[in-house]
Design a protein around this ligand. Structure first.
Ligand SMILES: CC(C)=CCC/C(C)=C/COP(=O)(O)O
Length: 283
């Protein structure tokens, strides 16, 4: 049992000691300027807080007599601006990540069979399979092989190229960022690469966004089918979070990245001549 002394070690003004929220709260809360200097030094030990504190009041530091800034008070010295900006970016990022973690956990209602929406887990897994790389690669290759028009073959060849590009780019980003999947995720996906133990970005989201955009641009679809494609893209993304596979930001970034990948496929578009050359090589 902690001693009363240990319990009050965090704050001397009698307010409750902040627990695991300390970093998040202390970064966004203004400092109590009436606190004695020795107390200001004791509040928070993390480097971000310390950086913020060091730059939070140019006038305080001017008053201390050890300032490197302008003594006439005509604005903060340049180093303050340099130090303050990274802190603000840090605060915004930590806040975004905190919201992301909280929201992702709240939304992971199909993460287990006995979770609140656990009965929908099989349906979510079906949607997961619909956005997996293997059915898409197999479907595009089969359609290209079966297509009897050069235009159809060209479109399917480029879809195939986009799908391969997607696997490479997503794998590269996952390997660089190395964000762990949510703790509540059950790693029971079929056919994964080793980088798929990482979470950012969601490969299903990139693929769904890229393929959805591709289908809308290159297939002549009736309006209800176009709506269905958009719905499917949204459902694939949502299912990643509901299944507890991903954080919300993994999916949002994945959608953006998939859209950019589609643009890249348009830029790199393989022409019928290239296709003839490739088929010539295969024959
Ligand atoms: C084996 C092939 C061809 C693709 C792997 C597809 C896969 C399992 C991606 C991971 O997706 P998330 O990042 O959304 O979990």
């Amino acid at each position: 049992m902690p001693s009363p002394k240990a319990k009050n070690a965090g704050r001397r003004d009698g307010s409750p000691v902040l627990g695991s929220n300390f970093d998040f709260v202390s970064l966004t809360k203004p400092l109590n300027r009436s606190s004695p200097p020795h107390l200001l030094q004791r509040q928070g030990s993390d480097p971000t807080t310390a950086r913020l504190r060091a730059s939070e009041s140019p006038s305080r530091r001017r008053g201390s007599g050890s300032s490197t800034g302008s003594a006439s008070g005509q604005g903060p010295p340049e180093e303050d601006g340099i130090r303050l900006n990274p802190s603000l970016i840090g605060i915004s990022l930590s806040s975004l990540l905190a919201i992301d973690l909280w929201l992702s956990k709240r939304l992971s209602v199909c993460a287990f069979e006995d979770a609140s929406w656990g009965s929908a887990r099989p349906l979510m897994k079906l949607i997961e399979v619909s956005g997996h790389g293997i059915p898409w690669l197999a479907g595009a290759a089969y359609s290209m092989y079966k297509s009897d028009s050069a235009a159809g073959q060209e479109v399917m060849l480029n879809l195939l190229m986009g799908l391969l590009l997607d696997i490479i780019l997503v794998g590269a980003v996952k390997a660089v960022v190395r964000r762990r999947r949510p703790a509540h995720n059950q790693m029971d996906m079929f056919a994964t690469f080793s980088v798929d133990r990482y979470s950012f970005p969601s490969g299903h989201a990139t693929r769904a966004a890229m393929c959805g955009r591709f289908l809308l641009a290159h297939l002549v679809l009736a309006a209800p089918l176009r709506v269905l494609v958009l719905l499917w893209v949204g459902l694939v993304g949502l299912s990643r979070v509901l299944l507890g596979r991903h954080h919300v930001t993994d999916v949002l970034f994945g959608f953006w990245m998939g859209y950019c990948q589609y643009k890249l496929v348009e830029i790199l578009w393989l022409s019928p001549q290239t296709l003839q050359g490739l088929l010539g090589l295969l024959a």
